[in-house]
Design a protein around this ligand. Structure first.
Ligand code: SF4
Length: 725
């Protein structure tokens, strides 16, 4: 400490001085902006509108946009501190190429020529599919559209998927099976208009905080929260159903059983707009309240009470997130949810919908435009007419459009393990921390001939392994659009320049296309994201996710526009889907699908007697490559912990704040703080999945939904033991 500080003369005025901002009022002078740039939050799928304050070419603050229909000026802690991510010291600044085991700085020209030549050589030697691509939900839609075309037509590899398969693939598959297409039917407005809201496996108070505020605007609703933990969301519920892990499908089937048995269903809606009712009715006969009580651990009268509340609703919303999706029965659980909504006519009306709450800021964009799990515009690989239509729009031979989806993310990793995939291009994701069963993933990446990691941050646990690192611009440094959970397309704008030689992913994709010799054919005359947006609008025209009536200007003016836009005879409103009861299936009817509960794959037994549940916390984002460098968030939640019920702690002779290891058949995390809490039921523990140094995926298993390929992240059998000193 200097002498002036000791004497109290130095008051650090530069650090603590205040000033008056014409818009924000009294603010720290460090946060006073010269100009404000309107944009959309780059973390979660709520899609809050915000302004980035810029001074001297640096982002100095963020404030919520009071006129934005999603958040009405509010932001959560991550959004409020998002500008810190732009100047973090772990930003990737220069292309790096591994030589003699060391990553060395190279020019963009060398980087891209090396990448193109290596990809082409590997494809020539091992086939086009020997190059795989794993992308993200973090890019703008214009970039997803460009990358999809580049992957499928330019590189000619079908083995392209996104990390969205780790979070939302289950909802996608569930929607496709029930309704004939992906696309969340509901809207945020439904949280304010429903008189019953059933949240299943959705801790929105931590994970979608501003969406949670919508509940406050509807004080008359009855909120039912289904979750094994007493989460912050469960604490505000009128009725919390603390089910046993992964018994949600049995619960929903049981509710359907009660509603059918007591004729509390909408027979008119079922008759006019669904098929398969008889098979569904037969399939739920065995889900008697007594059996469902045994499976879920809920009393029989609670099941009747829940069914009665739901059936008595004028408009009921069912929303879910990872508690449903992260399951090897996830897709079928989504189908059960859709069944419940359909047989009660709770879809397509204000306040009435089954509604998946997405994770990443633009997971929706890659689903719509990305050409990974479907062709752009929700076109089907297996549909000859969809392929012909797309080929005509792209002006390419129809033979170049793949007839089947390539490998999904977990299958790309499997293919890398057995050397069918030799090169991998990973974009804006950190699988070393986020993919289940670390040991398998680590071996797969280690076996690759060539690993390219394109990211805004370096080093990350994944980029540290790369043969080639491509530095990318992030939120705040580039332009385009994000689509949020309610299908609202919002504008993303550039506030500051990216650091060093980092470039927008859009520019990198065009440069890779040029290095591969396909830029002029695939992207003629393109130079800005608006070029991709215009082509995507034409490709989406007439589809469920129709953007064709949108312009950047109109999107900005309205605080985002929900698709389909414009509305059509088959989609008469863009607020919610299926308001006319017409579904994009062959007969125009939604499908009621019989689905069966089964126990989760790895049951707890000695020496692994506990069930591990993983999840998120409000302060952090995914693997902390962003939030780990935001001082206020890091100070609030600097390290991982384990939550355990006090009765279990007593049985295992553990105490609060002990340092413990958590061990599964596959690995262990070491030296983590033990927290005792009644919010976790006996027999279970909870670990946040954000922390690389206590990577929950050292313990998770290689079990996947057979339909969506989404991992069963939850319900691993573990034990907890005091850390050896
Ligand atoms: S709720 Fe989501 S979109 Fe809104 S500010 Fe927070 S992280 Fe950003």
């Amino acid at each position: 400490m200097n002498i002036k500080r000791l004497l109290g003369i130095d008051t650090r005025a530069d650090r603590y001085a205040y000033t008056v901002d014409p818009v924000a009022g009294f603010v720290s002078s460090q946060r006073a902006a010269e100009r404000w740039v309107a944009t959309t939050c780059g973390y979660c799928s709520v899609g809050c509108g915000m302004f980035v304050g810029v001074r001297d070419g640096k982002a100095v603050s963020v404030r919520g946009n009071p006129d934005h229909p999603v958040n009405r000026g509010m932001l959560c802690p991550k959004g409020l501190s998002e500008h810190y991510t732009l100047s973090a010291d772990n930003r990737a600044r220069y292309p790096l190429l591994k030589r003699d085991g060391r990553q060395e700085r190279v020019s963009w020209t060398d980087a891209l020529e090396t990448m193109a030549a290596t990809f082409r050589r590997i494809q020539a030697e091992h086939g086009p599919g020997a190059v795989g691509i794993i992308s993200t939900g973090q890019l703008v839609t214009e970039e997803f559209y460009t990358l999809g075309k580049l992957a499928q037509i330019g590189l000619g590899t079908p083995n392209y998927d996104g990390n969205t398969t780790l979070c939302m693939a289950t909802a996608v598959s569930g929607y496709k099976r029930s309704f004939g297409s992906d696309g969340p039917p509901g809207a945020y407005e439904d949280f304010e208009r429903a008189d019953v809201i059933l949240l299943i496996g959705a801790n929105i108070a931590d994970n979608h905080p501003i969406l949670c505020r919508r509940l406050e605007a509807n004080p008359d609703t009855t909120l039912i929260v289904v979750d094994p933990r007493v989460t912050k969301t469960a604490m505000i519920a009128d009725l919390h159903l603390p089910i046993r892990p992964r018994s949600d499908l049995a619960l929903v089937n049981g509710l359907i059983h009660i509603l059918i048995a007591h004729d509390r269903i909408d027979r008119g809606y079922i008759e006019r707009h669904t098929s398969g009712f008889e098979a569904l009715r037969d399939s739920v006969r065995e889900y008697t309240p007594e059996r469902v009580s045994e499976i879920t651990g809920l009393p029989v009268d609670t099941l009747y009470r829940t069914a009665s509340i739901y059936a008595g609703a004028r408009a009921a919303l069912i929303a879910w997130t990872m508690g449903v999706n992260h399951s090897s029965k996830g897709t079928e659980t989504v189908n059960a949810i859709n069944n419940l909504a359909l047989i009660t006519g709770n879809i397509g009306r204000p306040g009435a919908a089954p509604f998946s709450i997405t994770g990443q800021c633009n997971a929706m964009g890659t689903r719509e435009a990305g050409a990974a799990s479907c062709l752009p515009g929700y076109r089907k690989f297996e549909s000859a007419s969809d392929r012909a239509e797309l080929a005509a729009l792209w002006n390419v031979d129809v033979e170049r459009i793949p007839t089947a989806r390539g490998l999904a993310y977990p299958d790309i990793i499997e293919a890398a393990l057995d050397r069918r995939i030799r090169a991998l291009w990973i974009i804006a994701t950190n699988p070393i921390v986020s993919f289940p069963n670390f040991g398998v993933l680590n071996q797969a990446l280690g076996d690759l001939d060539f690993l390219v990691v394109q990211d805004g941050f370096h080093p990350t646990p994944t980029s540290s392994l790369a043969h080639l690192v491509l530095p990318a611009a992030i939120w705040g440094e580039k332009e385009g659009t994000y689509t949020n959970s309610e299908r609202r397309v919002s504008k993303v704008n550039r506030a500051v320049d990216p650091p060093g030689e980092a470039r927008a992913d859009f520019d990198i994709f065009l440069d890779v296309a040029a290095a591969l010799g396909v830029r002029d054919q695939l992207f003629p005359g393109w130079s800005v994201p608006g070029d991709a947006f215009e082509e995507w609008k034409a490709v989406s025209a007439g589809r469920l996710c129709d953007y064709s009536g949108m312009t950047y200007e109109a999107i900005e003016e309205h605080g985002g526009i929900q698709w389909p836009y414009p509305q059509t005879a088959t989609n008469p409103t863009n607020a919610r889907l299926y308001s006319n009861g017409l579904f994009p299936t062959d007969d125009g009817k939604a499908r009621l699908l019989p689905v069966a509960w089964e126990p989760f794959p790895e049951q707890p037994t000695d020496p692994f007697p506990l069930v591990l549940n993983t999840g998120r916390t409000v302060e952090h984002w995914h693997t902390r490559t962003k939030t780990g460098k935001v001082p206020i968030l890091e100070r609030l939640s600097p390290h991982a912990w384990v939550e355990m019920n006090p009765r279990d702690a007593k049985a295992f002779r553990l105490a609060a704040q002990d340092r413990v290891d958590v061990v599964s058949r596959r690995g262990r995390i070491r030296d983590v703080e033990l927290r005792l809490t009644e919010t976790v039921a006996p027999g279970q523990i909870f670990v946040p999945f954000h922390y690389a140094e206590a990577n929950a995926n050292l313990m998770t298993q290689s079990a996947f939904d057979p339909i969506s390929r989404e991992p069963n992240y939850k319900q691993s059998a573990v034990r907890v033991e005091r850390t050896a000193r």
